[in-house]
Write a protein that binds this ligand. Structure first.
Ligand SMILES: *Cc1c(COP(=O)(O)O)cnc(C)c1O
Length: 354
């Protein structure tokens, strides 16, 4: 094939030499990655920063999970898997369902009851996954899934699958490719802590390959009601409006703490109030609609700016991990009220105060 064409859009083709694939690996792709690194001049000016937003919500299923899923499903298929399974707070299941359908294999999704945003569930059921809701939390759902893959020939695609992190590290590559260097800081939400670990690996691989000559300080943010890495112990009943990071015992917690430590960064928490405030701010000042969990990165930057972490003009990238349309209920509950008015010109003008 020539060097142009749809195959070039796949993340595996673009970063093949950094990924554990061979010519024998079937590439299952939905043209993931290549997401914009959008400059945020209005917010940046307010914060005294050279601020960028990595718009991971513009991946095919609306979150960064697609970066890891293209690799996990491709490698699963290479190893002969005919089914994939995951426990999920939402975006992993949406992504697994989409890539499994693309590969023509079965997808099983185990979700914690009542804790999934509407858009994510809509995706999983429409892509044809078998969705089971268990009366328990995420950590219990993951235990069940781990038991199933031990006994049955089903490929696990949660982020404890190492191929997930291998794919997700490409987010770091793209940031360096766009900026022409590594940023000073990378701000990122932390749930199961796979993504912060993957980004840290990605920056270091790029450094070692001579693609950049520094790595950023990694600053990760948990929700205050689900902040085991900040508290230093698991949280039994994690609670936050940011469902994608409602995780009490992160699988990659130690690696996340190491990434923060080794990069002279930090892991801190932000309250739901701070998250919703950042969520509304980025939507109303930069035209960017992300899901609540994603806004934890910006909420964290705002908090740390107040505390004096940054120098004027530092280059800071906020990873906005998922699209706002994933969770329409939170948007409507927290947005301005819709005003009802008669279908009458004068009443409309009156109500608008024009
Ligand atoms: C999965 C997810 C996270 C958390 O990522 P981890 O790798 O679990 O830390 C954050 N935001 C969104 C939108 C997600 O889907």
């Amino acid at each position: 094939m020539s060097s142009s064409g749809p195959r070039d859009r796949s993340l595996i083709e673009r970063y093949r030499k950094f990924l554990p694939v061979s010519d024998a690996t079937p590439v299952i792709t939905l043209a993931e990655g290549s997401t914009p690194l959008l400059s945020a001049p209005r917010l940046g000016e307010r914060l005294g920063l050279n601020l960028f937003l990595k718009l991971e919500g513009l991946n095919p299923t609306g979150s960064f999970k697609d970066r890891g899923m293209t690799l996990a499903v491709s490698k699963g298929l290479e190893d002969g898997a005919r089914a994939v399974i995951c426990a999920s707070t939402g975006n992993t299941s949406a992504s697994a369902a989409a890539y499994a359908s693309r590969a023509g294999i079965r997808c099983i999704v185990i979700i914690p009851e009542g804790k999934i945003a509407a858009g994510k569930l809509a995706q999983a059921v429409t892509h044809g996954a078998q969705v089971l809701s268990v009366a328990g939390n995420f950590d219990q759902a993951l235990d069940i899934v781990r038991g199933i893959v031990e006994k049955y020939p089903v490929q696990l695609v949660n982020s404890i699958n190492p191929y997930r992190l291998e794919g997700q590290k490409t987010g770091a590559f793209e940031i360096v490719d766009s900026l022409g260097k590594a940023p000073d800081f990378l701000a990122i939400p932390v749930g199961n802590a796979g993504n912060i670990t993957a980004y840290w690996n990605g920056f270091n691989e790029y450094l070692n390959a001579g693609e950049c000559d520094s790595v950023p300080r990694m600053i990760g943010f948990q929700a205050a009601g689900a902040a085991p890495l900040v508290l230093g112990r698991p949280v039994k009943n994690p609670e936050t409006i940011a469902t994608a990071i409602r995780i009490g015992n992160p699988a990659r917690g130690d690696q996340a703490l190491a990434a923060a430590g080794d990069s002279r960064g930090l892991i801190d928490s932000v309250t739901d109030e701070e998250i919703i405030s950042a969520y509304k701010l980025v939507a109303s000042t930069e035209g960017t609609f992300c899901e609540p969990a994603s806004a934890a990165s910006l909420a964290g930057v705002i908090k740390k700016q107040r505390e004096g972490l940054f120098n004027e003009g530092d280059t800071v990238v906020c990873v906005l991990t998922g699209h706002g349309l994933k969770d329409p209920d939170t948007a409507i509950d927290n947005g301005a009220k819709v005003v009802r008015v008669d279908a009458d010109f004068d009443r409309v003008v009156d109500t608008l105060g024009l």
